[in-house]
Design a binder for this molecule. Structure first.
Ligand code: AMP
Ligand code: MG
Length: 411
C-alpha cells in the first residue's frame, strides 16, 4: 500500500470564512455580455446603463376617474362639455365654469389644473357638482414624474426581476445587454461513486452532489456542465481538471481532505496551479480549495453532501454573481434570527447549522433542522439559512438571537 495520509503543508493556516471570501472575490473577473430579447432578460444581470428615451408619463395625465376642472372653480356646479377615455385626447379646453369627464390615464385637457375624483362629486353627466375644494395639481400625474427623458433609470449590475423587466418594457427596450451566463464544470471525485442509473454494489455511494451543485449553479444564474465521476487516481484527476478548464469556472466535490486518496490538491500542483487556500476554519466544509489554474478559478469543494452545498453557497455563488457584474448582494446576507430550539456545536471552529428561517411575530425565527451531520443530505431539505455559532461557543439556547446567513427567500 503506497499511499499514506497526507501531511499538512507547512504554513497552511486555516483562513477565516471572511478572509477566504475576500481572496475568492479578489480573483474573480468580469464575464462578457450578450444581447437578448426583453423577455429573455428575466433573471439575468443587466450590463448596460439604461436611460429613458422619453419622459414617462409623456404628458400630465389623470390619476383618477373623475372630472378635469380648474381648481379655482370648485366646490360648485360645472357644465360637463366632453368625455375623455384613456388613450383619447380632449378636443376642447376647460374654461371657467366647465369640466371634462376624464378616465384614469387620459391626458389632462388644456385649461384644467386638477382632477376631481368621481367620489367627491355627484357623478353628473351634463352638469357635475364637486363637493370639495381642490388644490392645483390634485390627482394629476406630472409629465416625467416616473422617468425623465435622458436620465439613467437602471444601472449596469442590476439583477432583472419582474419590476425591472416592467420598467425596461416601459421604455420600449426591445433588446437588453446582459451578462453571459457563466459555464461551470462540475466534477465528482471518488472511487465509491456510482451515477443515477448505475448498479449500487456494497460500498458504493450515489453521486448526488453533482445534481445538487448543478441546481445551485442554475439558481445562481450559471450554466452547469456535468463532467461525471472521476476515479481517485492522480492521472485521471489531472485529466478531468484539464477538461473542466474549458468552462468559465470549475468545481469538484470530494478528494480535498487529508485522506490517502485525495488527489485534487496534487493534481492541481501538477497542473502548475496557484493554490490560494485549501483550508477554511469552518464546519462543515473545512477542506475547501481555491486555485487559479491557467486563468480559470477552480473550487475543490468537500465531498460530504452538506459540506459541498454550504461551501458552494459561501464561496462559489458569490463568485458567479460578481462575475456576472452584480454590484450589490454578491455575498449572501447575514441577519439576526431568534432560535426556536437550542443548538449545539463542538466549538472548535465556526459552525454553520442548517435552519429554516421564517417570519414569526414580526421577527425572523430560525428552526434548526433535525440532524446536523455533514453527511445527512436530508438536513438541507427546506433549509434557507445557516445559523452561525462562533469558535469557542458550544451551544445556543431557544430564544437566543444568532447571526444567520440567508441563502434563499424567507417565507
Ligand atoms: P471526500 O471529501 O472525498 O473524503 O468525501 C467525503 C464524503 O462525501 C464521503 O463519505 C463520500 O462518499 C461522500 N461523497 C463524496 N463525493 C460525493 C458525491 N459526489 N455525492 C455524494 N456523496 C459524496
Ligand atoms: Mg473521496
Amino acid at each position: 500500500m503506497a499511499e499514506s495520509f497526507q501531511k499538512p503543508r507547512a504554513g497552511d493556516r486555516a483562513l477565516s470564512v471572511e478572509e477566504a471570501q475576500e481572496l475568492v472575490l479578489a480573483e474573480v473577473g468580469l464575464l462578457g455580455v450578450e444581447e437578448v430579447a426583453l423577455a429573455a432578460a428575466h433573471g439575468r444581470v443587466l450590463r448596460e446603463d439604461v436611460a429613458a428615451p422619453f419622459d414617462v408619463p409623456e404628458r400630465d395625465n389623470s390619476a383618477m376617474d373623475g372630472y378635469a376642472v380648474r381648481a379655482a372653480d370648485v366646490p360648485g356646479a360645472l357644465r360637463v362639455i366632453e368625455d375623455v377615455p384613456a388613450g383619447r385626447l380632449a378636443t376642447r379646453r376647460v374654461e371657467a365654469g366647465t369640466a371634462i369627464r376624464i378616465m384614469t390615464g387620459a391626458l389632462l385637457p388644456e385649461g384644467a389644473d386638477a382632477i376631481a375624483q368621481v367620489e367627491i362629486t355627484d357623478g353628473g353627466s351634463d352638469v357635475v357638482t364637486v363637493h370639495q375644494p381642490l388644490a392645483v395639481g390634485t390627482s394629476v400625474r406630472r409629465r416625467g414624474e416616473d422617468m425623465r427623458a435622458g436620465s439613467i433609470v437602471m444601472r449596469s449590475g442590476t439583477p432583472i426581476g419582474a419590476a425591472e423587466l416592467g420598467v425596461l418594457a416601459g421604455v420600449q427596450k426591445i433588446h437588453v445587454v446582459v451578462a453571459r451566463r457563466p459555464t461551470v464544470a462540475i466534477l465528482s471525485t471518488g472511487d465509491e461513486l456510482v451515477d443515477l442509473h448505475d448498479e449500487r454494489t456494497p460500498g458504493k455511494v450515489v453521486n448526488s452532489n453533482a445534481y445538487a451543485l448543478a441546481a445551485l449553479v442554475r439558481e445562481t444564474g450559471g450554466e452547469p456542465r456535468l463532467l461525471g465521476i472521476v476515479p481517485d487516481e492522480r492521472e485521471a484527476t489531472i485529466h478531468a481538471i484539464e477538461s473542466a478548464l474549458a468552462c468559465d469556472f470549475a468545481i469538484s466535490s470530494g478528494g480535498v481532505s487529508v485522506g490517502a486518496f485525495d488527489f485534487v490538491k496534487d493534481a492541481l500542483d501538477a497542473l502548475g496551479a496557484d493554490t490560494k487556500f485549501w483550508r477554511v476554519a469552518m464546519k462543515p466544509g473545512k477542506p475547501v480549495v481555491l486555485s487559479r489554474v491557467r486563468e480559470r478559478l477552480y473550487f475543490g469543494l468537500p465531498g460530504n453532501p452538506v459540506s459541498s452545498m454550504v461551501s458552494f453557497l459561501l464561496f462559489v455563488a458569490p463568485s458567479l454573481r460578481k462575475a456576472m457584474g452584480r454590484v450589490d448582494g454578491v455575498l449572501p446576507p447575514t441577519v439576526l434570527t431568534r432560535l426556536t430550539m437550542p443548538l449545539k456545536s463542538s466549538g472548535d471552529r465556526r459552525t454553520y447549522l442548517r435552519v429554516r428561517v421564517s417570519a414569526s411575530e414580526g421577527e425572523l425565527a430560525a428552526t434548526p433542522m433535525r440532524a446536523q451531520g455533514s453527511g445527512v443530505s436530508t438536513s438541507m431539505i427546506g433549509a434557507n439559512g445557516l445559523a452561525i455559532l462562533e469558535a469557542g461557543v458550544t451551544s445556543a439556547a431557544a430564544g437566543d438571537r444568532v447571526p444567520t446567513v440567508l441563502f434563499s427567500t424567507v417565507c
